[in-house]
Design a protein around this ligand. Structure first.
Ligand code: GLC
Length: 444
């Protein structure tokens, strides 16, 4: 068993390496948040087929832009979105300010392709910022680096947006200036912005690229990051490029996978940073933007398990909802989110403000830690006994939510603690709280 433990550590630990370090003065809230709401919303919601539909169908730019006369989120209620995030136990919201179709959800002066020119004609971001301020919710913006509607985006070297009918080529430097101008608007007109979440660098990379050097364009990231930090020194920067973090990035984002895993195929070339805070984003069903035919909702248990596993890696979970074109969040998503909130109301203290355990999540579950208290979350009972290596003395160990006395024993020679699970366990997560007098190093 001891051998097995060291084998696991030897396999796993090299994945967590020292790259990047946040320079943000105030990022503690993010380190402790553990749970946020991702919201994908834009004119694509009208077509109800996900946020990639312009590229997939494909729609010519001129045809797609007809959505500007149709998109009318008349039921949008910023307070209701924020209240739902609160009820779910979420600590921050990341909203798509502008996705790959290039549509801006705010009153930008730099493009006419924006919410003010729809029948709705109101700034979504100012309403959301106001609601977040009122309800003390952190707010950040997703911002697409790639653009399927502009001519000055380098579409000829891009991998996507090839068939949307662009023939005129603009100037790349104009595009960089446009992005800087838009980011300046977002960071000056809407109060505190907690983070900017970039996406789309991969569009200019050969398939399965392993380094930033392979980009066909110069993204001017260092200038853009400096601008953001100059405008708002506490604004954290993340970039969903699927590669190692660049200087100036304040946390590392993973898409559809827990840090160090690669089941979705995006994370092969991303080494997990030991220093930067982590976040994994995931969909509540299978889609980011609203999709009528997507009924693949994850169960409440699956969602709670994902949150616990993320926490076991020392990572936040950014869970997505894609509101309907009217602005309403569908009732099944709301129900699932409220269910998560109810669970967090009872057991959130084993998740928020914790670090990852001293061993990474395993097939049976995950460990989180607060100082010298460990929370062992048993998600799958694999046998009547569970053995885990713990150095140091154990002061106490008890079940948090199982109505039995915890039985456990410790092998003093190996430091392996065995917990006896031959009792009726909790259906979602049976939690053991263990206090130790030995501060062993956690993975994050
Ligand atoms: C991918 C998709 C994008 C989505 C993002 C969220 O990069 O291109 O549509 O917004 O993942 O993680």
């Amino acid at each position: 068993m001891k051998k097995l433990f060291f084998l696991i550590v030897a396999i796993f630990f090299p994945l967590f390496v020292t790259i990047g370090q946040t320079t943000i003065p105030n990022h503690r809230w993010f380190d402790e948040a553990r749970f946020g709401m991702f919201i994908h919303f834009g004119p694509y919601a009208v077509l109800a087929d996900g946020e990639w539909i312009m590229n997939q169908k494909p729609y010519k730019v001129d045809d797609y832009m007809k959505l500007q006369q149709i998109f009318n989120p008349s039921c949008f209620d910023a307070d209701a979105w924020v209240s739902l995030a609160k009820a779910a136990g979420m600590k921050y919201i990341v909203f798509t300010s502008r996705h790959h179709d290039g549509f801006s959800n705010w009153d930008t002066k730099l493009s006419d392709w924006n919410i003010m020119n729809t029948p709705y004609a109101k700034d979504l971001i100012s309403q959301l910022a106001e609601a977040c301020r009122k309800q003390e919710m952190k707010l950040g913006f997703y911002y697409s680096l790639l653009d399927w509607s502009r001519n000055d985006y380098a579409y000829e070297t891009g991998r996507t947006g090839k068939n949307v009918g662009r023939t005129v080529q603009g100037n790349w430097n104009d595009y960089i200036e446009f992005m800087k101008g838009q980011l300046t608007e977002l960071l000056t007109n809407y109060g505190d912005v907690s983070l900017i979440w970039f996406d789309g660098e991969w569009d200019q990379m050969p398939h399965n690229a392993s380094s930033h050097e392979e980009s066909a364009v110069d993204w001017h990231f260092s200038e853009i990051y400096e601008l953001i930090h100059a405008l708002q020194p506490n604004c954290m920067i993340a970039n969903n490029h699927h590669l190692d973090p660049l200087p100036g990035e304040d946390y590392q984002a993973f898409e559809r996978d827990l840090p160090g895993r690669n089941t979705a195929g995006y994370s092969e070339h991303a080494t997990v940073s030991k220093l930067l805070p982590l976040e994994t984003c995931q969909t509540i069903n299978g889609s980011w933007g609203y999709k009528l035919q997507d009924n693949r909702y994850k169960s409440l248990t699956e969602l709670i398990h994902y949150l616990i596993s993320a926490a076991g890696y020392g990572s936040n979970l950014l869970l997505n909802v894609g509101p309907e074109s009217t602005g309403r969040i569908d009732s099944l998503s709301s129900e699932l989110l409220c269910g998560m909130g109810e669970w967090l109301n009872r057991f959130g203290y084993t998740i928020y403000g914790t670090s990852g355990g001293h061993i990474p999540p395993q097939s049976w579950g995950a460990i989180t830690r607060k100082d010298q208290t460990y929370y062992i979350h048993i998600l799958e009972k694999e046998s009547d006994k569970l053995s885990i290596f713990f150095p140091g003395n154990i002061i106490s160990a008890r079940w948090v939510n199982v109505e039995e006395k915890l039985r456990w024993s410790r092998d003093e020679k190996t430091g392996i603690v065995t917990f006896f699970l031959d009792v009726p366990l909790d259906e979602i997560d049976s939690i053991i709280e263990l206090s130790s007098n030995n501060l062993i190093q956690n993975i994050k």
